[in-house]
Structures are given as C-alpha cells and as structure tokens.
Design a protein around this ligand. Structure first.
Ligand code: GUN
Ligand code: ZN
Length: 426
C-alpha cells in the first residue's frame, strides 16, 4: 500500500459543463493493488493506513496519467517531416516508413522507443494505429504488456490507394483483425481496436468486412479518420458517389456507433455532426497535427456545448509532439483563433478524463477517484526557469498549471505510476 502526497488534481465533473470548479485539489491519495482506494487530507489517510509507504511529492502535481486518444506509434521516427499536406505527407513520409514494419524486429524496436517516449512525456494510456502488418500489433501490445499499461491498438487496414506491400484485402483484413482480437483483446489491460485507416484507402468491400467484424465484436472500439482536409473530403466524394457525406462512407458500411472514434473531424457538415451525436460516437481533437499538416481549426468548444464526446490526441507523427502538455497548448491556441479560450481546467480534463471518456474507459482511467486504476503522472510546475518565474506569480491552481500547459514538455514529468506501481520516467 502507498500514500502519495502532493497537489492531487482531480475532477468531480466535466468542466465544460460544470465550470472550472469541477477541478479540485486534494492533499493525498492511497493506492492498493493497482487501484486508488482513498483521496483526501494527508493526516486522515496516514491515520487510516498507518502501515502504508508514503511518498511526498511536495508542491508537485499528482494527476491521472495523460491519455492520448489517437496516435500512430509507427510514425515515431518520421515526426517533424517538412513541407507536405495530408495526402502528399502520407505518400512521401508515412507509407515508406510504415513499409519498414514488414520486419517484426523493426516493429519491436520502434514500439519500445515509442513507449519510452510516451512514458517520459507522462502518457500512460494511448489508442494507437499500427500498420497493416499483424506483427506491428503484436509489437505494440508486447511492449504495453511488459510495462503493465492500459493500451489500445489495431491493425491499420488498407486495400487501395496505398503502395505495393502496404495493402491487404477485404478478406485478409477481416481474418487478420479477427485473429488479433482473439489473441489480444481483453488480455491484461489491452484492448483491440478495429482500424480501417480512412475511406480513401479502403474499398467498400473492405469497409463492409470490417463493419461485419465490428458487429461480431461490438465491445471493441473502431477508430478511423474523418474530414481532416478539404481536398481529402473531395477525394472521398469522388470515391463514394452514393454517400451523403464523408461520415456516410462509414455509416453505410456499419462503421458508426457508440464505440466509434473519429480522428480530426474538422470540416463536418450538419448531418454528420447530428448523426455522431445521435449515435453516441466520439471525436478526437488533434491540434498539433491540424496546424502542422495544415488541416484546419476544429471548433471544439462549440461541439462540446452541443454535447459531443471529444478526446485529445497528439496524432504523432502527423502531430508535432509526443507531449500532451504541448497538445493542450495547441488546443488553447486553436481555441483563441476560434474566439473561445479554453480554461486550464478544460484543457487538463481533455487530456485525462475527456480522452478516457472518448475511449469509453472513463470509469477506469483518466481521473483520481476511489476505485479507479492508479495510472498517475507527477508534474513539476517549475520545470524550467521561464515556467518557474511565471508560476511564482500564480494566485490560484489554474494560474499555477497554465504556464506548464503552455510551455511545459517532458522536463516537467518527474515520475509516473502505472497500475499502482512506481516507474520513474526514463
Ligand atoms: N489520414 C489517414 N492516415 C492518416 C495518418 O496517418 N495521419 C493523419 N494525420 N491523417 C491520416
Ligand atoms: Zn491519425
């Protein structure tokens, strides 16, 4: 049993609806057998659990670990590749790199590198795309399992508009994905995600096959991309002449429902927004990617006000950072450009409980609450001289965390706990 002391930052509700006071600061929490068993005053917890080991983090923040709701671990090595928009970026940088995952040893090496980077940045759960190679899924899950993490991925299916060596078929996508579900879904804290890359790289037959597979495994998440760039949307219109809109290319093939996750979802039409809300599907905001690849500005606050479920994500390597702090900063900047500055409580919620809810895991991870899994990040609010001098002027917790949100990176992450076990961040 462990007691952790610090500024325990947690949420009693969604600050987008309940206001900033939904973020609360406590003094201590207690962990037993991987779970949070108590939160409250330090003296009360010490009295209740006198035999517990105590770890005092002083003025550092103790938060639920960050949750990256949409990432491409195979793109780790091509992050920050210059000068292309989406389709050219895929063809120039992404597909050649993903081809290298044909070699399982390369997949293992990049998966290990990715998990080390994610943990160093305080990310304790992620929902990743893999490549078309089943071994890329095995590599990811093996690394997550070795670290005891809750993690999700799926084989990224493509049977057209992708180069030789990076295409499967409708049947093999179905068969391989089904075998991977049997091998990994629900093992330890791992979850399989049915993953058509996006409509331009799947034939209607492949989308139907994956829709059928999802029908057989409705407890799996289904992730893909939606309405990221305007020329992509035009392309989809040409490829699916009978579809009402981009979302319909998924909907007509059984790929819309409460366990669906749509990355980007920037340039949506009214029907698409309405159907996503009606069916309870989630969107994922990828702000560093949306600026880096030049995709556009999602109006997150307006969507949240309508009741949409939205997670936050790096979208690495289309995104330009592994850091969910940097990702919060980019979400803030896009909010400013849309005329609605997101509050620090809202930003922190998006990176933790908001992403957890997008993954339909909000009852297990993404907050500090009795009964939840103890995946925690410890954050130094004075990690650089520039941040420290601004933090010294802070009048409340929101002002105290905002400089770290805007200027922080992996230097702010001093420790990580996974499933109740301490793992000093590499
Ligand atoms: N759309 C289809 N594939 C991708 C990808 O790998 N990254 C991004 N950002 N968008 C995509
Ligand atoms: Zn993506």
């Amino acid at each position: 049993m462990d007691i952790l002391l610090g500024q325990v930052l947690r949420f009693t509700a969604d600050p987008f609806t309940a206001g900033p006071d939904a973020m609360q600061v406590d003094e201590a929490l207690a962990i037993h057998e991987g779970k949070i068993i108590a939160v409250g005053a330090a003296d009360a917890l010490r009295a209740a659990y006198p035999a517990a080991r105590t770890r005092d983090y002083g003025a550092q923040v103790i938060s639920a670990g960050f949750i990256d709701a949409h990432v491409h671990y195979p793109q780790t090595a091509i992050i920050a590749s210059w000068g292309k928009r989406l389709i050219d970026w895929l063809n120039t940088y992404t597909f050649p790199e993903e081809m290298r995952f044909n070699d399982p040893a390369y997949a293992q090496m990049i998966a290990a590198r990715y998990f080390d980077l994610a943990l160093a940045h305080g990310t304790t759960t992620m929902c990743s795309f893999a490549t078309i190679h089943p071994a890329s899924v095995d590599a990811f899950f093996a690394q997550a399992q070795a670290r005891g993490m809750r993690a999700l991925t799926g084989k990224t299916c493509m049977d057209r508009n992708a180069p030789d060596g990076l295409r499967d078929t409708a049947q093999s996508a179905y068969d391989d994905s089904k075998a991977l579900i049997a091998r990994w879904h629900g093992v330890d804290r791992l979850g399989y995600v049915i993953t058509p890359r996006f409509s331009p790289t799947s034939t209607p037959d492949q989308l139907s096959a994956l829709g059928a597979l999802w029908g057989e495994h409705p407890d799996c998440l289904m992730q893909t991309h939606l309405s990221e760039q305007t020329d992509e949307i035009e392309w989809v219109r040409g490829l699916f002449p009978t579809a009402r809109d981009y979302l319909d290319t998924y909907e007509m093939h059984g790929l819309l429902g409460p366990n669906a996750l749509y990355g980007h979802a920037i340039h949506l039409e009214a029907r698409e927004r309405d159907r996503i809300l009606e069916t309870g599907a989630a969107m994922v905001h990828c702000p560093t990617s949306n600026t880096f690849i030049g995709s556009g500005l999602m109006d997150l606050a307006a969507l949240k006000a309508k009741g949409h479920r939205i997670g936050l994500a790096t979208d690495t390597g289309g995104g330009s950072s592994f850091s969910m702090l940097r990702t919060m900063a980019a979400a803030y900047e896009i909010g400013q450009l849309k005329g609605r500055p997101l509050h620090p409580a809202e930003l922190w919620w998006l990176a933790t409980q908001g992403s957890a809810q997008a993954l339909n895991l909000g009852d297990k991870i993404g907050n500090i609450e009795v009964g939840m899994e103890a995946d925690l990040v410890i954050i130094d609010l004075k990690s650089t001289p520039a941040i420290a001098q601004r933090n010294a002027q802070a009048g409340d917790i929101f002002e105290a965390i905002f400089p770290t949100i805007m200027m922080g990176d992996d230097r702010a992450i001093t420790d990580v706990w996974i499933n109740g076990k301490n793992r000093t961040a590499p």
